[in-house]
Ligand binder design. Sequence first.
Ligand code: ASP
Length: 355
Amino acid sequence: MKSLSRAAVLAAALALIAAPAAAQESPGWSFAIHGGAGVIERDSLTAEQDAAYRAALKRALDAGSAVLAQGGSALDAIQAAIELMEDDPLFNAGRGAVFTAAGRNELDAAVMNGSDRTAGAVAGLTTTRHPIAAARAVMEQSPHVMLIGEGADSFAASVGLEQVDPSFFFTERRWQGLVRALEQQGQPVPERPAGAPSPQAAADLPAPPLNERKFGTVGAVALDSQGRLAAGTSTGGTTAKRWGRVGDVPVIGAGTYASNAEGCAVSATGDGEFYIRASVARDICARIAAGSPALTAAQTEVDDALSLGGSGGVIVMDTDGRPGFAMTTSGMYRGAVSATQPARVAIYGDEELRP
Ligand code: ASP
């Protein structure tokens, strides 16, 4: 046997020393989120509001990476991050959701496990605090894929998920957004919901400006250290939607999709009707399966689909853990973190992710 050079021996020794540390780091995990796309421009956010969104995105990334760095599952990371964003009134999901024209919050969510292509979705929830948890329960604890309305809330309660009074989801900012939208459309403004704080009390709460026309849906895509992909999305839908309207988020293949077989996970945000008509999330996966790089697949699909009308964006992850962000809007709240990269976020369309 040829004797090894000193350099080779040193390299072999260093590799041995490094090996256990690398194993503990669960190499390969990767996580990306969005908090909605829309007309988000630098002069529409104050410095404080800009900072508040970046901090909220970082908290959600930290929640996901805490799970993934310990070797946890893509699904657990997605649920942890989305539950935080559902509780954060900055986003149009859970608390802070937009209102229907009838003055209610009706919440939609979906989750998909790419490793076995199981999926769960809920639409029109009014009392379940965390719609993403309800979607996951449908996937894991029922034989169904989608539950709606009262049946979905009652199923969520039956599996022990926290129920709240519908006024829990009320925020003054979203209420004022509804009033303005209905007035512009010449539609009647419904009564302020029972249990909502008085306008005076609510006016004291800090509220981002109403001039930002954006969506605010939240979503996450993840690759865990075992190579499993997953996607999840949660939303209040669109301001002044008709009651009973369901958007793309809980429609598997439209706003949410994950498939290890096709090599992708996708979560969308934007005008849901067009995402449904174009099967956006599934189409992106089909493009990736056919050999397109993830980012190209996402941008081409979004441009194509939204040529039908509307606007929005998507986040995508491939089996190598590469995150991609594509949009037709001037901004999208977004972020990514991985085993090798720190948490980085961005808001405006022309901006790179940064710590
Ligand atoms: N896609 C969502 C819907 O149409 C809205 C959003 O992304 O904010 O329900």
